[in-house]
Write a protein that binds this ligand. Structure first.
Ligand code: GLC
Length: 507
């Protein structure tokens, strides 16, 4: 059970105007007891337990940053997947079990607990839903799995009596929790008092299901049909956007972009209608986790004061990937899911033109077969100039972040993007398109200001032009040192950003 903690914030002396019978009582100070504000995050993945994308990084690092504030009590609830990191799994403590309604189904729910870096993590156990081979998403019954999780999370809050002040849900997988909270659980005063925040990490994935799941699977009441229905389907993200108290997304630019059809995947009307409660807050990264001075994956560690270790990282990376070991040639890296919105069509359009020059290109990622085959093919034909690795690999990604010179991220859409921040931390200078969080984190280098290279239009030759100017800067030792230094010293930590969420919670 969660213990109820309270902090004594201020001790005021009473000024007694009324006559008191004894002197003693008038001196007893009035103690103002300030309860910690409780925040519960819900999400479908959180580092270091289970990670497939940026969402896990955020749910691993933002709660940790908030928990440093002694006035906040921060918890995270995620599913207990079979593939959770075994290093941690054995340390989880079983707390309780009960049954959860998924419409007419009554399903087992176990709850496990583990405290990590000041954050309380609760894991929802149901082996049928979450102990599966392979990926954690992409099953025919994802709607049912996350309907279960969304209700189980609320029922866990009630069972353990950990009612928060703020329930902070993330992406479509936990959108139903907000719909249940506001549309079904409000009869219970403990739930009625909870304020909700819904964060959109990517508006492309909305949790859309056929209308016959409305009652039969989600068990939503008729009274909220208008909120949840969209284009004759159940749309969980839309429902949460309409019903939540506050709505956020992961960068200020993306908050503006999703008001337009090009970015909104049909939800622009809903975004505009709810824009008064929409806030864009840029993500940060965990700078202890991504730290070139200590990172154990690196061939050699280095710091902003002494970059000599980075030269070792570059040489070892080149050796490992079968590229000529040359310090004078720029290594341009792409680490990405190999999917269209990452801007890979731009890369495809000019990669072979670029490879005519004296450059080395390294690609690491997994995704659509179309791109995997293309990048493998180019690596075969440009042996010694281009290396492609089809994988999602933490160790290798760190070796590339540290060993490359330039990091290419030409996304068509990018709600925030963390890779450009990670690359910067390792003194690998980003080249990005000015969209979403890329626009908010990287500014073009003009010889005096800026921490990377940027281009505006979604145009392959604009991108190539900027890559070439980045290569020219690379060859100018003084300018290169300057831009590398600017990239590396940009503060991408949560330090200043977490307080923006605190301000929101205070609302
Ligand atoms: C999603 C977005 C990405 C963002 C991440 C964390 O994966 O596509 O841009 O950085 O969520 O918020």
């Amino acid at each position: 059970m969660a213990e109820k903690k309270s902090t004594v914030k201020s001790v005021k002396k009473t000024t007694t105007k009324a006559k008191t019978t004894t002197k003693r009582t008038s001196k007893i100070p009035a103690i103002k007891v300030v309860e910690k504000k409780k925040i519960v995050f819900l999400g479908s993945e959180a580092a270091p337990f289970i990670a497939t994308g940026g969402l896990a990084d955020v749910l691993g690092s933002l709660p940790k940053a908030l928990a440093r504030n002694k006035n906040l009590d921060v918890s995270v609830i995620i599913p207990l997947y079979g593939s959770i990191n075994p290093e941690f799994r054995s340390k989880f403590k079983f707390l309780t079990n009960f049954n959860v309604s998924v419409s007419w189904r009554l399903q087992y729910c176990g709850v496990f607990f583990y405290e990590h870096e000041g954050v309380k993590f609760y894991f929802i156990d149901n082996e049928f839903y979450f102990k599966r081979e392979g990926n954690i998403y992409g099953f025919y019954d994802d709607g049912e799995r996350f309907a279960f999780f969304s209700r189980a999370a609320l029922d866990t809050i009630a069972r353990l009596d950990i009612y928060p002040d703020v329930l902070h849900c993330n992406d479509w997988q936990t959108a139903a929790s907000i719909i249940y909270l506001k549309g079904m659980y409000y009869g219970d005063e403990n739930f009625r008092k909870i304020k909700s925040v819904f964060t959109i990490h990517n508006i492309e994935y909305q949790g859309i299901f056929p209308m016959d799941t409305y009652g039969d699977l989600f068990g939503f009441p008729e009274s909220i049909r208008n909120f949840v229905e969209f284009n004759d389907c159940v749309n969980l993200m839309k429902g949460a956007m309409e019903m939540t108290d506050l709505l956020t997304t992961v960068s200020p630019t993306y908050a503006e972009e999703i008001k337009n059809p090009f970015f909104a995947h049909h939800l622009e009307g809903i975004v505009n209608r709810n824009s008064s409660k929409l806030h864009g807050i840029l993500n940060g990264i965990d700078i202890d986790y991504y730290n070139p001075e200590k990172d154990k994956y690196l061939f050699s560690n280095y710091s902003v004061k002494d970059l000599s270790g980075k030269a070792v990282c570059k040489a070892e990376l080149q050796k490992m990937l079968g590229l000529p070991v040359r310090e004078d040639v720029p290594v341009i890296a792409i680490i990405s899911r190999l999917v269209s919105h990452k801007g890979l069509d731009l890369v495809k359009a000019v990669l072979e033109t670029l490879l005519v020059d004296d450059v080395q290109v390294v690609i690491l990622g997994k995704g659509e077969t179309y791109y995997e085959n293309y990048f493998m093919d180019v690596a075969n034909r440009y042996n010694g100039k281009c290396a492609t690795i089809i994988a999602y690999n933490q160790d290798l990604s760190r070796k590339i972040y540290s060993g490359a010179d330039l990091f290419l991220m030409p996304s068509k859409m990018e709600p925030c993007g963390l890779s450009q921040m990670i690359a910067s931390r390792y003194a690998t200078v980003p080249i990005v398109r000015e969209t979403g969080g890329l626009n908010d984190s990287i500014k073009s280098y003009d010889g005096e200001n800026g921490n990377g290279f940027t281009f505006h239009d979604y145009n392959a030759h604009d991108m190539l032009y900027v890559i070439n100017s980045a290569i020219r800067t690379f060859k100018d030792k003084t300018a290169w040192k300057d831009v590398q230094n600017r990239a590396m010293t940009t503060d991408f930590s949560w330090n200043g950003l977490a307080s923006k969420y605190e301000d929101l919670y205070d609302k």
